[in-house]
Each structure stands twice: as C-alpha cells, then as structure tokens.
Design a protein around this ligand. Structure first.
Ligand code: 6YU
Length: 504
C-alpha cells in the first residue's frame, strides 16, 4: 500500500515529547501504536515529588519562552504556565541562553565573592562565547573545538587579566574555569574540547526569559497524552528489533496484505506496520543501532550516529531544614579558586568528581518546594556520581558546602535525589551536541527517512525524530516537539498524495 487510500499502520517508538507530538499530529492512518519502554510517558521530561514540592529530573526550563517557541505556545494554550511567563517584556528579553538571575558566588576558600570581583572574567567569557558564532560556515576554523578556541583566547589575555595583579589574575582564571564547566552542562558534554567550533553557532537561542512549569514539566506530556485516543500508548513495551525492507503478514491472515516493517518487542509481542517513527534517544542509538535495525542502517546514517555527540548532565537535589542562602537569591555559583582553564583538570574521579559541580539553582518559591537546591554536574564526573550511593553523594555534598560556606557545622541536607541519565538503559546520557568531527549535516542525515530512494514503492518505512534530529534546536524540548511534528507531517503528505496504482 502506498500513497492515499487503504490501511495505513503506523508505529511510533518512544513516548517522549517527539513521540507524543508525532502521534498527536498524524492524520489519515488507520492504526497507530506508540510503544514506550518505560512505565510512563514523557521520557526526558520527568517530574518527581521531592521535599514539599516537585523535582525536574530532566528538562527544567522552557528555553526562550516566546511566541516562536512551540513548547511555550502549547503550554500557554493548555494553561500550564504562571503569570511571569505571560508578561510580554519577559518574552522579548534576549539573554542568549544565559538568563541573568540574582546569584551568590561561593569560593573554595570559604568566602563569598562579590559580583564586581568576578565580572571581568564573566564579561570576557560572554564575549568569547559570542565570538564563536563568527566561525559558522568557516572552511578552516582556527582550531577544531569550542574549548580549544576559548582557552587559546583566554591564554592570549592572561597578562591583562586582573589588572596584571597575580592574585586577582588567579581568581579571574578560576572564574573562567567555572564558566567552562557551566558551558559543559549547557552543551551536555564532558569537555568543551569535544564540541565542534564551526557548527556551534548553528544552535539558535530563542528570545524570552527561561521559565518553568508551576505544576511540573510533566504536565505538558500528560496533556499531550490525554489528547490521544485511548489504547494508542502501550507502556513497558521496549522495542528490541525493527525489521524493515521486509514482507510480513499477520499470523492467521491469509489475505495478500503484507507490511514492510515488523517491530519486535522485548516481551515477544510484535507489531506490523507500513511506517515506524523512531524517537529513541541518540544515546540509545549509539549503543544499539547495529542490532536494533535489521537490516542495519545504511553506512552514512550509522556514521552520523557515531560522530554526533551525546553526553551527560545530571542534577542533584538537596533538601535543607533551613536555608543558608539569602531569600532573594536564585543561583549559587561555585568557584574552585585553585583552578585554571589553562591547566588539565584532575582525572582522579574518585577524589575530585564533585569539583565538576557548577553550582545550584535555588528552587522558588520555598513555600511550594521547601528549602531545596538543585545542583548541576556534567561529563565523566557526573557519570561517576551515578555509581555512588545516595549516602555517599549526600556526604560529599555536605563536605563541599561546608568548605564553600566556611561553616564546618553547616547542617547536612535532610534528603537527596539525583538523576542518573547515563545509567538509564533507554537513554544513555542527557542530550546531544555537535561533536568535533561532526557537523549539522550529520543531524540532517540522522533525520533522513529510509529507504533513501524517494521512488521506492514502499516509502517512509523508517522515520526519525527526537531532539538530536533538529539541526538548530537540538538538545531542547522544543527541538523534540518540532521533530515529531515534522515526521508526522511527512507521513500526512504521503497519505494525502494521490494514490498510485495499488501494489500489494
Ligand atoms: C529543554 C531544559 N534540560 C536536563 C536534563 C536532561 C535533558 N533537556 P525522550 O528521551 O524524551 O523520549 C524518547 C523515549 O524513547 C523515552 O521515553 C525512552 O524511554 C523511549 N525509548 C528508548 N528506547 C526505547 C525502546 N527500545 N523501545 C521503546 N521505547 C524506547 N530541554 O528544553 N530545557 O531545561 C532541559 C535538561 C538533565 C536529561 C534536558 C532540556 C533536554 C530535553 O529534555 C530533551 O531534549 C527532550 O525531552 C527529548 O525528547 P525526545 O522525545 O527527543 O526524547 C550552542 C549550543 C548549545 C546547545 N545546548 C543548549 C540547550 C541546553 C539544553 N538544556 C538543558 C538543560 C536542562 C536543564
């Protein structure tokens, strides 16, 4: 069956935002199944109860909440956002992905650093980061990675840093090292040395002051799910193998109806389909694509999967009996005063993993959340943290905070909760980035449906969605949502096209 008319069976794999968006947009199919490995929908949008409020284990903010952002539009339509997000001046704010929030900066010597003391380094870092955009389209960027470029520029400016004073210069370098770590969290990578310089400017930051969901980010996938017909979503249905380019018939069906795709699940169930929309994370594809698709993916697609980056960014939530921070503060930034971006960071994960922690978001308002900090940590140190017990993480965080506050008797947090995205078997990390050796073209190759030949009589057997398939909004919820709509529209167009001669 091709083109319009006849039975059209569609299976979508993965019920994150991309899968839910695709399922909600499809028209003209006769049967749709959304298969999800986990026990609930939402994927990397995952709100959990913690303390007296909620904790976002995955996506935290709408990045760039403004009319150009489809997540913002949908959340507004569903009435899921607070009054701040509705304010037009907030929607117009251009912050380039780095919203200015009231911040306390804690140094490892146990003192709080004044904003003036660190502004030189912050301003320099912002300027250098913005200058990376100039390399978009460059045939020969000066160095392969964002990290190498930033460090080379920092090295050139060292003599002038801190007004030439040795101690002040060391502090500026330590702040620059902290800025680099924050950038690792934003890009979801172990090191900015892994992030390609030339395509870095292709990522688009939308205007708007990042906002959160008062009822939890999961309220969005919950609403999207409630709009789907009952029975479409099947939970705890991990897909094991997608057989494509085949000719499969339902058991006991003696009609001439054959399907090109058979989706086989871990539990032995199987679903025959004309089209499968694959929305599993790039981390899962990296680990499993060779067995997950039979026959295996074409070489070009497999290479794109290998080349693109997928790293880890985790959160550590800590609940305190009483706040040790000022009520108006929203962020705590951490500076290890002996660090420099010009020196190799320690490779001893066991001894030093916690130094990769960039700081904490203070969950607001305390009446809703209790006194809760949300720490961010990326890279191998974050993956090492996943292997520790809750008690070990809580103990280390207590020691770190005692050092940073200079208060050896600071009470320990009373509860801890952390994400473990690298260990999650159906995710294997947090989100994608364009790695050295890769480019935006690889994102497009990943998004390309199969079979490749547009004249194939059984077109669009495999379609690919998910955040890692969006060339300018990768790593975000809006990228995921748009990618799902994109693939649904691709099928809708096929279904609406005039039907060629039937060919069974
Ligand atoms: C955003 C934010 N955010 C923090 C953290 C994380 C992410 N993101 P899904 O994985 O959701 O769905 C796939 C499903 O498939 C899943 O349910 C699986 O169980 C299932 N599956 C897998 N295998 C299967 C199988 N075999 N069978 C059946 N099912 C299977 N985004 O907009 N704001 O604040 C953050 C953050 C810790 C982990 C984020 C944020 C990323 C989003 O969460 C993510 O993109 C989407 O939810 C993915 O949806 P999906 O449907 O594609 O996959 C220059 C430059 C810089 C570039 N980066 C800048 C942006 C920074 C990104 N922001 C990150 C920050 C935070 C805090």
């Amino acid at each position: 069956m091709e083109g319009g008319g006849g039975e059209r069976r569609v299976v979508a794999v993965g019920a994150g935002l991309a899968g839910l968006a695709a399922a909600g947009r499809l028209r003209g199919h006769s049967s749709l199944r959304l298969l999800e490995a986990a026990g609930g929908a939402g994927g990397r949008v995952c709100t959990r109860p913690f303390a007296s409020g909620l904790a976002e284990m995955g996506a935290h903010w709408i990045h760039g909440p403004s009319p150009g952002n489809p997540v913002f539009r949908l959340a507004t339509r569903y009435g899921l956002l607070g009054p701040e997000a509705a304010r037009e001046e907030n929607q117009r704010a251009e912050v380039g992905g780095h919203p200015p929030l009231p911040t306390a900066i804690y140094g490892s010597s146990g003192r709080t650093l004044s904003p003036q003391a660190v502004s030189e380094a912050h301003d320099l870092f912002d300027t250098l980061l913005a200058s990376t955009r100039a390399f978009l389209g460059a045939k020969e960027p000066p160095v392969p990675s964002v990290g190498q470029y930033l460090r080379a520029e920092i090295a050139r400016r060292v003599p002038a840093l801190g007004g030439g004073e040795e101690e002040a210069r060391r502090l500026q370098l330590a702040v620059l090292a902290a800025c680099l770590k924050l950038e690792c969290c934003i890009s979801g990578t172990h090191s900015m040395d892994l992030v390609a310089l030339e395509p870095f400017g292709e990522y688009i930051s939308l205007p708007g002051l990042d906002c959160t969901f008062p009822g939890g980010y999961s309220s969005l996938p919950d609403r999207m799910l409630s709009a789907l017909p009952e029975g479409v979503l099947l939970l705890n249905k991990a897909v094991k193998t997608i057989w494509w380019r085949g000719s499969f018939r339902e058991e006991g069906d003696n009609s001439a109806r054959h399907f090109p795709v058979r989706v086989e699940c871990e539990d032995g169930d199987a679903f025959l389909a004309d089209h499968v929309i694959v929305t599993v994370p790039l981390g899962f594809l990296k680990e499993h694509h060779q067995d997950f698709f039979q026959p295996p993916l074409p070489e070009q697609k497999a290479e794109a999967i290998h080349r693109l980056g997928f790293g880890t960014n985790n959160k550590i939530f800590l609940e305190f009996e009483r706040p040790f921070w000022e009520p108006h503060q929203q962020l705590i930034q951490v500076v290890w005063e002996d660090e420099s971006p010009l020196e190799e960071p320690s490779a001893d994960l066991e001894a030093n993993w916690f130094k990769k922690l960039v700081g904490f978001v203070i969950l607001q308002p305390p009446e809703q959340h209790g006194h809760v900090l949300c720490g961010f940590i990326a890279g191998k140190e974050s993956e090492y943290m996943e292997t520790l017990s809750d008690a070990e993480v809580l103990g280390t965080m207590t020691r770190v905070l005692r050092t940073l506050t200079g208060n050896p008797r600071l009470p320990a947090p009373r509860a801890v909760l952390r994400s473990r995205w690298h260990s999650a078997p159906y995710t294997r990390g947090s989100y994608s980035y364009v790695a050295v050796g890769s480019s935006g073209d690889d994102i497009d190759v990943l998004a390309q449906p199969l079979p490749e030949d547009p004249e194939d009589p059984r077109p669009l057997q495999l379609l690919f969605a998910g955040e890692a398939t969006h060339r300018t909004f990768y790593s975000t919820t809006h990228g995921a949502l748009l990618s799902g709509w994109r693939e649904a529209e691709r099928l809708n167009q096929l279904f609406e096209a005039p039907s060629p001669a039937p060919c069974l």
